[in-house]
Design a protein around this ligand. Structure first.
Ligand SMILES: [Fe+2]
Ligand SMILES: [Fe+2]
Length: 382
């Protein structure tokens, strides 16, 4: 297929996403998401390539006053320093991961999106296990790509945030995210021996916050939305997998991510208070658009194209995925993390609440925000 023909086909498929990207009716938000959506969904810039260059466009701010005047961030930085771990030493990489081992299932059968269909019943035991392996490899590949985005976002925010305490804390997050890239890449290549490309919708979100020049939007995108997605996904996998090394590494990573979301809430609470009402509304609409993308579009398309495009139409796959047990648990865990934080930083005003309500997401607003949650709470409460 020619590049143009593929672009036209992708444009057709992107219709629902583009409709959602304009759901808030905020033209400034739409404009900020259109470029990333074009590059991610229509041109599929990250597919079949070894690297992608993205212009960053933010301003690095030096703080010559070196004032240490934010004690909550200082405490978080101290906690981060004393919680560092070494991925090559502190995880038991000698555990052998066998996707065919029924004693330690990677993903339980009932969580596979098509496990309720006749097509699944026709598969032999080995094929089913292979499918469960590949689905996990897809999910963890997206985690790996998200972690690379988190690594760069942490670098950018460390440069752009104006307060020294936040820069120092940010430096610890850079190390954390680098370690997470190391761990997921190690697990995928050494244990699952399979790596998928980045999903187009995830690419769109990562591109949007990498290229936005406003540091608080990067912060909102990464520390609240993508970290919420990560906590949702990691909490879900940790709960359902029977594979001990994966459980071990997710426990470690969730503990780090808890600090990152806490940092995001503290910094954004202060930053958003200084915005005009119009600027605040724009952030509120932006977060809503990203919520829609996370809720509706994270549907393992690459896995579908590899295994099931011959048997199901895209719309049928979409329905099966949205209604699957896996996505149900994942969505619940993700929004349980995101919605209380949006409320805490002031992005869940009466103006936007009906939209979240229509998606059934207000059910989570009474939950605890990141500053009230310990890492243990996150591990126990999925
Ligand atoms: Fe991370
Ligand atoms: Fe993180």
């Amino acid at each position: 297929m020619t590049t143009l023909a593929r672009a036209v086909q992708n444009l057709g498929r992107s219709g629902p996403v583009l409709r959602e990207a304009s759901a808030s009716g905020n033209l400034r938000v739409l404009a900020s998401l259109l470029g990333p959506a074009y590059r991610g969904l229509v041109m599929q810039e990250a597919r079949g390539t070894q690297s992608t260059a993205m212009p960053a466009g933010h301003t690095a701010v030096f703080d010559w006053s070196y004032l240490r005047d934010r004690p909550q961030l200082t405490r978080l930085y101290e906690a981060a320093k004393s919680s560092q771990w070494n991925a090559s030493r502190d995880l038991d990489w000698s555990i052998s991961v066998d996707p065919m081992d029924p004693e330690h299932p990677l993903v339980p059968e009932e969580f596979h999106p098509i496990s309720t269909t006749p097509a699944w019943q026709k598969l032999g035991r080995e094929q089913r296990l292979r499918q469960r392996h590949d689905l996990l490899a897809w999910l963890l590949s997206q985690s790996l790509h998200g972690e690379q985005g988190a690594l760069f976002a942490a670098c950018q925010v460390t440069e752009a945030v104006p307060w020294l305490d936040a820069k120092l804390y940010g430096s610890s997050q850079v190390v954390d995210e680098g370690r997470h890239v190391e761990v997921f890449h190690g697990y995928l290549t050494r244990k699952l021996e399979k790596l998928y490309e980045i999903n187009d919708n995830l690419y769109t979100i990562v591109d949007a916050l990498m290229t936005d020049s406003r540091w608080d939007v990067k912060f909102l995108g990464m520390q609240i939305m993508i970290e919420g997605l990560a906590l949702g996904a990691f909490g879900t996998f940790r709960q359902i997998t029977g594979e001990p090394l994966l459980k071990q590494l997710l426990t470690r990573i969730i503990t780090d991510e808890a600090r990152h979301v806490h940092f995001g809430v503290l910094a954004l609470q202060e930053c958003l208070q200084g915005l005009t009402e119009r600027e605040r509304r724009e952030r509120e609409d932006w977060a809503f658009e990203v919520s829609l993308l996370l809720r509706n579009r994270f549907l393992a398309w690459e896995f579908y194209e590899e295994h099931w495009a011959h048997a199901f139409r895209r719309s049928e796959w979409e329905r099966l995925s949205v209604e699957s047990r896996l996505m149900g648990v994942f969505r619940k865990t993700m929004f349980k993390r995101i919605v209380p934080n949006l409320r805490r930083i002031g992005l869940l005003s009466p103006r936007i609440r009906p939209r979240y309500d229509a998606l059934g997401l207000l059910a989570f607003e009474g939950g605890r925000a990141a500053p009230e949650l310990t890492a243990n709470d996150l591990l126990e409460d999925v």
